[in-house]
Design a protein around this ligand. Sequence first.
Ligand code: AMO
Length: 435
Amino acid sequence: MAFPVKDTATIGIEDGEVTVKGWIQEIRNLGGISFIVIRDRFGTLQVTAPKKKVDPALFEELTTLPRETVVSVSGEVKASNQTELGLELIPSALEVHSIAGSPLPLGVVDKVNVEFDTRLNSRFMDLRKPEVRAVFSLKSLLCELIAEAMRMHGFSEVHTPKVVASGAEGGATLFPVEYFGKKAYLAQSPQLYKQMLMSTGMDRVWEMAPAFRAEHSNTVRHVSEFISFDGEMAWIENQKDVMDVMEAVMQHTIAGMIERGGKHLETLGKEITLPKAPYPILTYSDCIERLQKAGMDIKDGDDLGTEGEKVIGDIMAAEGYDMYWIMEYPTVEKPFYIMEKEGTPYSHSFDLDYRGQEISSGGQREHRYDVLVSRLEEKGLDPASFSSYLDAFRYGMPPHGGWGIGVERLLVKMLDLGNIREAILFPRDMHRLSP
Ligand code: AMO
C-alpha cells in the first residue's frame, strides 16, 4: 500500500488513490453493493464496494468485519452526491490492524439512551463518539487559552508538589497517603506553595494541575480529583487587583473559545456567549439582603449555599450578567490564609460565580507573620504543622493575593453540561476509582 495516507479532514477528489486509516463504524450490505463507513479523528468517509468491481476476497473480508475494527483501506477517491463529504472510496486493498470483539460494550452511533455510569464504565468506547470527544477538544483549547492569557499578564507557570505534609483547605477533605512510613496527604490545592513563592521575587505565578478532595458528597459539581487553575500575585493594594487580572483572563479565554472552538461547538450543538464585562461586584452582605428580599430564610453569617447561589444567579441573569463577583465573605467561613477586613467580621475574599455557581474563590492573603499565626490558632490549627509555610513569612513577605478556579466547573458552565463528570475523561468520586 504505497498510496499517500489521507484523513477525512483533508481528503479530496483530486487525491486519486489514497489510504485512509480508522475504525469501521458501520457496514451496510445491500447484496450487489456494500457501504462501509470508516471513522477517524475528524469525521467519516464512505467506502463503496460494488460486488462486481471489487476483488472477491477483499469484498468478503471488508464486508464481514465486526464494527469498530481498526483498518487501513486503500482505493480510489470518486465523487459522490450521496455522501456528506461529496466523495467516496472504491476499495482496492485492506489492512486489518485490530479486530474488535463483539458485542460492543457500548454502541458508538446507536441512538439508544445509555446510563451515564455505563458510559463511564466503558469510557474508551464512549470517547469514540464525536460529541463526547468534542468536550475534551474544547477543554484542551480552554487550557491553551488560559496559558496564553497568563503569559500575556506576565505570570510564570510553576509546578508544586501534590504529595504534601499538611492540608490548606480543611481537614475533612484530605486524602491520607502512606509516605515512607510518614503520614502525608494528596494536595487539596497549591495554596501554601504558591504563597511561599511570593516571598521569593517570583511575583506572579500560575499553575494548572490536579487537586484532590475527599468529597463525601455525591453531587453533579463535586469530584475527588479536579483540575485547579491557580494564580498568585505579589505587591497588590487589595483583592481588587487580583480580580482585575482574573476578569481579563476570563474574557480572553471565553472570547478565544468562541473564536477558535467553532468546529467542536458545532459537533456538540452548543454556543458560548461572552459574559458582559465589567463583571458586577456584589458583597456577601448585598447577597444576603437580596436573598431575604427574594423570600429566602437566610441571615447574615449563613453560608449562601447551593440554593442561594442559584437565586443570586437568577437575579444577575435578569440584569444581563452571567459572571459576577461576590466579595467580603464572613471571616469565619474562610480559610486561615485570607486577610480579615479590619474591625469587621468580614474578609478580603471573593468568589467568582458563573450563572448561579461558584467557579472560583480567592482573595488577599494575610502576609503579616504574627497575624497569620493567630489566624491559624483561631481556626484550631497547630502552627507547628505549618512551620515550613510560616517560615516564608518570617523573613520578608510582600502583600499578595490570588485565586483558584475549578477548570471543569468553568467548562461545565460554559458548555451548559449537566454533570462535572462529563468534563473529565476518567472521573474520580466516592464510588469510582476505575477506569
Ligand atoms: P476552593 O476550595 O474554593 O479554594 O476551590 C477553588 C475552586 O476549585 C473548584 N473545586 C472543585 N471542583 C470540583 N470538585 C471539587 N470537589 C472541588 N472543590 C473545589 C471550585 C472552587 O471554586 N486555595 C483556594 C483558592 C485560592 O484562594 O487561591 C481554594 O482551593 O471551582
